[in-house]
Design a protein around this ligand. Structure first.
Ligand SMILES: [Zn+2]
Length: 441
C-alpha cells in the first residue's frame, strides 16, 4: 500500500512536471508546453511583483515572484553575435502582468555567469523574463507554490559538465525561440550591454584553493511570522530549533575544523528557497536543516532524520513535508519541481550516510539524559528546503513538539545540548570520514 502510494505520487509529479527542465543549451531541442492553468489575462490577474537573485560566480538562483499560480514556459537561446545578443534563458509567463518598476530596472548581477535579469511584455498576454548570460550554462527551472514563484538555477563551471555547444541545425532552440517576433524583448537593443570581459581564467575548480575548512550551513527552520509547529503548552518550533542551531554552531566552531554558518541567527522569516540558495552560494559542503516534528497523534514520539526524495513512503511523512513546506498535502503532490539526479543523485548516498549518522548520534546523546528516547530512523520525503541543494543535505526532526512529554523535554536546556551534541558529533565524523575521503583537502 505504501509502495503504491509512493508510485502514485511519483507518477503525478512526473506527469505534471513536463514543464520543468534541466537542460544544457545543446539539449534544448524544443520548447516546452505551457503548464496548467490555462492562460487567462484578466483584471486582477497575477503579476510579476519581484525578481530576486542569489549569486556567486559558480551558481546563481533567480526567483520570479508572481504570487498566484501562472502558466509558464522556459527556453533558451544561443548567443547571436550578429545582433550583439548574449546567450539567454527566458521564461514566458502567460496571463500575468508586471510591476512597472521591474520593467524599468533590470536586476544587475554581473558575476561572470550572469549579466542581468530583465523583463518585458512579450505580447498582450505574456510577460517574458530574460536572463542574460555571460556564457552558455546548464540550468533548470521549477516552481514553488504559496506564494507562487518560479525558480531558475544556473550553474557555472565545476558542478555540471556542460556539453560543448553544437551548431547542429537539427536542434533549433524551440518554437518560441525559432521565430522571435520583432518585438521580442530578448532582442531589445536598449537592454543590451556592451560585451563583458570574459570570465577570469581562474574560475575552474582546479584553480580554487585546495585547503579550506569544511563549510557547514546550519538551518534553523521557520522564524519570524512562521512559528513552525506549536506544542500543547505553547512552545514554538522556531525558538527551539534556533536554540539548537546556536549550540551546534558553538560545538563545531570550537573544533577549528569547520567554517560554520547559519541561515538565520535571529527570529526572522526566510523563504525556503533562499535558505538553499544561501548554502549553494556559499559553497557549503554540509547543510543541516533543524526542525521539530508534530502529529495529530499526540502519542507520536521520537527522532528522525530525512533526506530529499520525490515522494514520501507513507501518509505521515507526506503530511510532515507538506507542513514543513507550508503547503496543503494536495499542493505538495501537484507541485512542479523535480529532483534531478545530476545534483541530488550525486549527493544522495552521502546525504543518506550523514542522515543515519546524525539520527543515531542524536538519539544516543539524548538517551544519556532521557533514557528511552525513540529513534524513528532514516527517512525520505519531498522537503522544499532541500530541493536544489548541491551539497550533502539532511533535515532533522528532533522529536515531537505535539507530544506533551517531548515538548517538556524540549524546554530543558540539557535536552537541547544533547541534540546539538549529536548533530555536531555526526557532522564532525562525516567531515572527517566522508568529505575528506573524496576531496583534496
Ligand atoms: Zn519545521
Amino acid at each position: 500500500m505504501e509502495g503504491e502510494a509512493r508510485e502514485r505520487v511519483g507518477l503525478t509529479l512526473l506527469r505534471r512536471h513536463l514543464c520543468v527542465v534541466l537542460l544544457a543549451f545543446s539539449f534544448c531541442a524544443a520548447g516546452l508546453p505551457f503548464a496548467a492553468p490555462p492562460s487567462a489575462a484578466a483584471p486582477g490577474a497575477p503579476r510579476v511583483s519581484d525578481i530576486r537573485a542569489w549569486t556567486n560566480e559558480i551558481y546563481t538562483r533567480v526567483a520570479i515572484d508572481t504570487g498566484e499560480e501562472v502558466s509558464w514556459q522556459a527556453n533558451a537561446l544561443r548567443a547571436d553575435p550578429a545582433r550583439g545578443l548574449p546567450p539567454r534563458i527566458f521564461i514566458d509567463i502567460r496571463g500575468a502582468g508586471i510591476r512597472d518598476a521591474i520593467l524599468r530596472k533590470p536586476v544587475e548581477v554581473r558575476n561572470g555567469l550572469l549579466r542581468q535579469v530583465r523583463a518585458g511584455r512579450f505580447d498582450r498576454d505574456t510577460v517574458r523574463v530574460v536572463i542574460d548570460l555571460e556564457r552558455e550554462s546548464a540550468y533548470r527551472v521549477f516552481a514553488l507554490p504559496e506564494p507562487f514563484r518560479i525558480i531558475v538555477d544556473i550553474d557555472g563551471e565545476g558542478e555540471i559538465p556542460v556539453p560543448p555547444a553544437s551548431p547542429d541545425p537539427a536542434a533549433p532552440p524551440g518554437p518560441v525561440a525559432a521565430t522571435p517576433p520583432p518585438g521580442d524583448p530578448t532582442a531589445l537593443p536598449s537592454a543590451i550591454d556592451p560585451p563583458a570581459a570574459p570570465p577570469a581564467a581562474s574560475h575552474g575548480p582546479a584553480a580554487q584553493p585546495r585547503r579550506r575548512l569544511v563549510r557547514v550551513m546550519i538551518d534553523p527552520g521557520h522564524g519570524g511570522k512562521d512559528p513552525g509547529a506549536i506544542g500543547p503548552t505553547g512552545l514554538k518550533e522556531k525558538d527551539v530549533v534556533l536554540a539548537i542551531g546556536r549550540r551546534v554552531r558553538e560545538r563545531l566552531s570550537r573544533s577549528g575544523e569547520f567554517d560554520v554558518r547559519m541561515t538565520r541567527d535571529e527570529d526572522v522569516f526566510i523563504p525556503l528557497e533562499e535558505r538553499t540558495a544561501m548554502a549553494n552560494k556559499g559553497g557549503v559542503d554540509i547543510f543541516v536543516s533543524l526542525h521539530i516534528n508534530a502529529s495529530r497523534n499526540r502519542k507520536a514520539e521520537g527522532f528522525s532524520t530525512y533526506v530529499l526524495s520525490r515522494g514520501a513512503s507513507n501518509r505521515e511523512d507526506l503530511e510532515l513535508a507538506a507542513r514543513e513546506n507550508g503547503v496543503p498535502v494536495g499542493k505538495l503532490q501537484g507541485v512542479k519541481f523535480i529532483i534531478d539526479d545530476m545534483f541530488t543523485g550525486a549527493r544522495k548516498n552521502e546525504s543518506l550516510r550523514l542522515a543515519k549518522t546524525v539520527n543515531d548520534a542524536v538519539v544516543r546523546h539524548v538517551s544519556t539524559r532521557y533514557p528511552g528516547a525513540q529513534s524513528l530512523g532514516l527517512k525520505q520525503a519531498p522537503f522544499y528546503v532541500l530541493v536544489g541543494a548541491r551539497m550533502t543535505a539532511v533535515l532533522v526532526e528532533a522529536s515531537f513538539i505535539s507530544n506533551a512529554r517531548e515538548e517538556s523535554r524540549l524546554r530543558d536546556p540539557s535536552c537541547l545540548d544533547g541534540i546539538a551534541d549529536g548533530v555536531a558529533e555526526a557532522v564532525r565524523y562525516y567531515g572527517q570520514n566522508g568529505i575528506l575521503a573524496h576531496s583534496d583537502f
